[in-house]
Design a binder for this molecule. Structure first.
Ligand code: SAH
Length: 347
């Protein structure tokens, strides 16, 4: 049996057409799921009994459950239990411009970035589309809020679960679905070149963020194994083509790691690397974790790094810090195995 939240509206329309019904039935069901947010097929009261029976026979509904919530000022971390008992996390951030949620795409991750907690557990499996969609639905329901922005930056490498990611984006972006404008959706990748090339062919205006974290192969090879497969010059050429094709600005994420990638010459090399590209650089103070010995750069170093980029007329910001107290910050999310119910409040 298929989960109904796996299907895009187009797939649902096709389902009904292939079941001797009208395309329009797909829109109706989609509206029940995402506009009216019903929790059973029985509640779809404008459908005939036979249609409801057919849906009940062929589809399951929600399976993802919140098992733990941790709260800090303006940020909440959710632990979800999946149907097979696996766990993933998502984070809700209350910004002045709206509510943004950071969702996971995989249980574990195979990319092996040296600085990232999420990748310490190898990928157990991809999340299905419905498991990504449900993270949003559950958080909205729990908080009675409307989410305005989605960032795909939680556990997992989204481009290593490409097809499910694309269906997810389609549902989030659909006017009858979660209905977020594509500019309110951001996908972050460590740089899987062939998928960036595929992504640029899609009609969505979704933001693309690249986890760069180093200005050259020497440093990047040390901290991001993916760089051995797609070295920096290949990645940059790919991104130049992406920008040309889509006319969109790319974001580079750059974690500042003490003594690794935060020297003045690294800042200069980074400025030289991106010069002339339609991009901006998000400098991220590293969130330290108990299990990884890497350290955050000193404040003065972070500002000095930023100043060099600015002197070179490169757009850059230093990321506002969010959620490090409850390990909800970038790179601190984990696929926890242990059972852990209840709500923990941090103030
Ligand atoms: N796999 C995707 C998305 C998940 S990581 C990617 O690589 O982009 C989301 C962002 O958090 C990435 O830029 C990642 O490099 C960064 N990150 C990982 N660990 C971090 C940490 N401990 N502190 C700050 N940022 C971290």
């Amino acid at each position: 049996m298929q989960n109904i939240y796996n299907l895009t509206r187009k797939q649902l329309q096709e389902y009904f057409v292939s079941h001797q019904d009208k395309k329009f039935r797909g829109d109706q069901v989609f509206e029940w799921l995402y506009r009216k947010r019903v929790s059973s097929f029985q509640e779809m009261t404008n459908l005939k009994k036979e249609v409801i029976a057919d849906l009940e026979e062929n589809f399951t509904m929600k399976t993802v459950e919140i098992t733990k919530i941790e709260k800090d000022i303006d940020v909440q971390k959710y632990l979800f239990r999946l149907i097979d008992g696996e766990k993933v996390e998502a984070v809700l951030m209350n910004h002045d411009y709206g509510n943004s949620v950071c969702i996971s795409t995989e249980v574990g991750c195979n990319m092996g970035c040296k600085f990232c907690e999420s990748g310490r557990l190898k990928k157990v499996r991809n999340l299905e589309t419905h498991e990504m969609v449900e993270q949003i639905l559950e958080i909205e329901k729990e908080n009675q809020v409307r989410i305005s922005h989605v960032v795909v930056m939680g556990i997992g490498e989204p481009f290593d679960n490409y097809d499910n990611l694309i269906s997810f984006i389609e549902i989030v972006n659909d006017d009858l679905g979660i209905a977020l404008g594509s500019r309110h959706i951001t996908v972050s990748t460590c740089g899987i070149v062939p998928k960036i090339q595929e992504f640029q062919e899609l009609p969505y205006q979704v933001n693309l963020a690249i986890s760069l974290h180093a200005p050259n192969n020497e440093i990047r090879n040390q901290i991001m194994p993916i760089n051995k497969k797609y070295p920096i010059e290949v990645l940059m050429e790919t991104l130049k083509a992406y920008i040309k094709k889509t006319n969109r600005r790319v974001t580079f994420e750059y974690i500042l790691l003490d003594g690794i990638n935060d020297r003045k010459q690294d800042a200069q090399a980074l400025a030289d690397l991106v010069r002339g590209m339609n991009c901006y650089i998000n400098l991220i103070p590293y969130n330290e974790t108990n299990n990884i010995s890497l350290k955050r750069s000193k404040k003065e170093t972070i500002f000095a790094f930023y100043d060099i980029l600015k002197k070179n007329k490169i757009n850059a910001t230093i990321r506002k810090e969010f959620g490090s107290k409850i390990s909800a910050a970038c790179g601190q999310l984990r696929s926890k195995k242990e059972e852990n119910d209840g709500i923990i409040l941090h103030n």
